[in-house]
Write a protein that binds this ligand. Structure first.
Ligand code: NAX
Ligand code: ADP
Ligand code: K
Length: 548
């Protein structure tokens, strides 16, 4: 699990160490320099490379200035552009003494142009404008400098190498929002622990590879993270594996009330996802057209009522289908009365648009909206919200919906965000954009429902919030579903797997003095198109990569 903590928690954990005289900044700076050197070495050579430090007014800039002293010793030519009038004094003195060339760009009529002219000669840009001390989006002059660098880099996406210190300056460190200019990083070297903004979208998309520098912030180990991302090892911990005494009822029975006369396919896709996740039985309840399709495609599925341990409700049900929506309502009431976990997808989400006919939901109810559905739900419940607002701040809106309804919310999108009314946020970036295809959500609902069914008796017997278990189950479902999508698309199972491959050193045309690294190129893996059924079919292969 990658754990991320809020800025305030990091400060609190640093306090006793700083009071005891621990040289945290020296450690941070050395680690930063080591990572810059590693990036340079991976791309060619270290000595002779030209490095730009973009230095702000706090300790984040201090990290970079001290790192600069190490880089000079490794033979780099290091320039520091000071974008604040008041930078870390000891860091500045040490940098000067070591031979870092200091540029007071604020004395220039156009600081952004001055930094840009300098940057064009440098193969590595170290973004040390702000870290956890940032308040709001970047302000000028730092904002103008960062905007100019970001624009320059957009034209040369593979050069220079951008290394962000702690976080890419300008992101919402605690919530992952991006409300002003940010320079996208190739690597973020983050101090002590990850920060939520490195995991949560949209800011997570600007962080590149994240390297966590161990600073011995022991106090954080005892605290629940503010946000986290599960990894393959967490799947192995949570995935239900049958023992010798298990039978189909102990393995879990999923009640599936999905699909309709108009959208029968959703029933078959959700069943496919559930069956390949592993459970005792899928029991399908619905009209004859989808029921017949499910029986044909999946003869294992039972289509008569009976005992279940969890439900998937609503995939493939349109809000105009009043009769089917009423059936969903009856299933939901019964599930809540029996304390059974339940997935509310698509048409079942509209049941929550009014709050006077249902009790507050428990966290064992998991909502699976995409951004549009979440915006509609929030608006119906008195929080006027558009789809774009959800996309700009997914974590905040998922949490809000969880607080309003009491349920756990799995918000679908490029990064899946899971929020319960309290506890950590989960951010899973395991899939591929090829997954954005009709029916993919139905498969995911089936995967999630099957996992909840396997944990059904435990969740029904436990506390109403399931002790945070429903949120971690939802994150695991997104992870495995995302991996299956990647494998189906012909991609390696891990998203963001390691450093992109770069080799060689060449000069940058029109950039005299350029001595930095340049990527060898070669097309990135794009993968191939997939249909939702392919994702379900790839689930066993995806599980082989995590349960072996
Ligand atoms: N406390 C410590 O000794 C350690 C701190 N560390 C580093 O120090 C950083 C935190 O340092 P600080 O608390 O000094 O804060 P930062 O350096 O993150 O930010 C504070 C500076 O940014 C400016 N600033 C704030 N908001 C701004 C905005 N919106 N636009 C433009 N400028 C803005 C402030 O005026 C101030 O100069 C961490 O992110 C980490 O990089 C590490 O060296 C580990 C040890
Ligand atoms: N850009 C993207 N990158 C990766 N995954 C995506 C992206 N956009 C959507 N997804 C995923 O694709 C699936 C689409 O589900 P959904 O929108 O419910 O489709 P449907 O309702 O047709 O089944 C979800 O798992 C979602 O998280
Ligand atoms: K930074």
């Amino acid at each position: 699990m990658i754990r991320a903590h809020h800025a305030a928690a990091v400060r609190a954990a640093e306090e006793p160490l700083l009071a005891a005289g621990e040289p945290l900044m020296a450690s941070a700076a050395f680690a930063l320099a080591t990572h810059v050197v590693a990036e340079l070495r991976a791309r060619g050579r270290v000595a002779g490379s030209v490095v730009l430090l973009v230095v702000g007014g706090g300790n984040n800039g201090g990290d970079a200035l001290f790192a600069g002293t190490h880089l000079v010793r490794r033979g780099c030519q290091v320039h520091a552009a000071l974008v604040s009038g008041d930078v870390h004094p000891q860091g500045l003195a040490a940098a000067r003494a070591a031979g870092v060339v200091v540029h007071r760009v604020l004395d220039d009529a156009d600081p952004a142009a001055a930094v840009l002219a300098l940057a064009r000669r440098c193969g590595v840009w170290v973004d040390a404008v702000t870290g956890i001390g940032a308040r709001g989006p970047l302000r000028d002059p730092a904002a103008a400098v960062v905007a100019a660098l970001a624009q320059e880099r957009a034209g040369w996406p593979q050069e220079p190498v951008v290394v962000a210190v702690d976080v890419p300056s300008g992101i919402g460190v605690d919530d992952g929002t991006v409300e002003g200019p940010v320079l996208p990083a190739d690597v973020t070297v983050t101090m002590g622990t990850a920060k939520p903004g490195l995991l949560l979208p949209p800011a997570s998309g600007l962080a590149g590879r994240v390297e966590v520098v161990e600073l011995g912030l022991d106090a954080l180990a005892a605290e629940p993270p503010a946000a986290c991302s599960l990894t393959a090892a967490d799947v192995a911990d949570l995935w239900p594996v049958p023992g010798p005494d298990d039978h189909k009822y102990t393995r879990g029975v999923l009640g599936l009330a999905a699909g309709s006369q108009a959208y029968p396919g959703a029933a078959a896709l959700a069943a496919a996802g559930a069956l390949r996740t592993g459970l005792g039985m899928v029991r399908y309840l619905g009209p004859e057209v989808p029921a017949a399709l499910v029986r044909t495609r999946h003869p294992e599925v039972v289509t008569v009522p009976g005992r279940v341990q969890a439900w998937v409700l609503g995939s493939g049900v349109g809000p105009e289908d009043a009769a089917r929506t009423h059936e969903l309502y009856e299933h939901l009431r019964a599930a809540l009365d029996a304390r059974q976990p339940v997935v509310l997808d698509a048409g079942a989400l509209t049941l929550l648009h009014e709050d006077d006919h249902l009790p507050d939901l428990p966290a064992t109810a998991v909502l699976t909206p995409h951004a549009g559905e979440l915006a509609a739900l929030l608006t119906a419940r008195g929080e006027e919200t558009g789809r774009e607002e959800v996309t700009a701040a997914p974590a905040r809106h998922a949490r809000l919906a969880a607080e309003i309804t009491g349920a756990t919310v799995l918000l679908k999108g490029p990064t899946t965000v899971v929020a319960a009314p309290d506890g950590p946020l989960y951010a899973q970036h395991d899939a591929t954009p090829w997954l954005a295809t009709a029916g993919a959500g139905d498969v995911l609902a089936g995967v999630l429902g099957a996992l909840l069914a396997a944990y059904g008796d435990l969740l029904a017997a436990g506390t109403a919030d399931g002790g945070g278990l429903p949120a971690s189950i939802a994150a695991v479902a997104a992870l495995v579903d995302g991996r299956a999508a990647r494998l189906a698309a012909g991609l390696p199972p891990e998203a963001r797997a390691g450093v992109p491959s770069w080799t060689g050193v060449r000069g940058r045309s029109g950039a005299p003095g350029w001595t930095g690294p340049v990527p060898a190129g070669g097309p990135a893996l794009t993968g191939v198109p997939i249909a939702a059924g392919d994702v379900a079919a790839a689930l066993p292969a995806a599980l082989r990569t995590v349960l072996a």
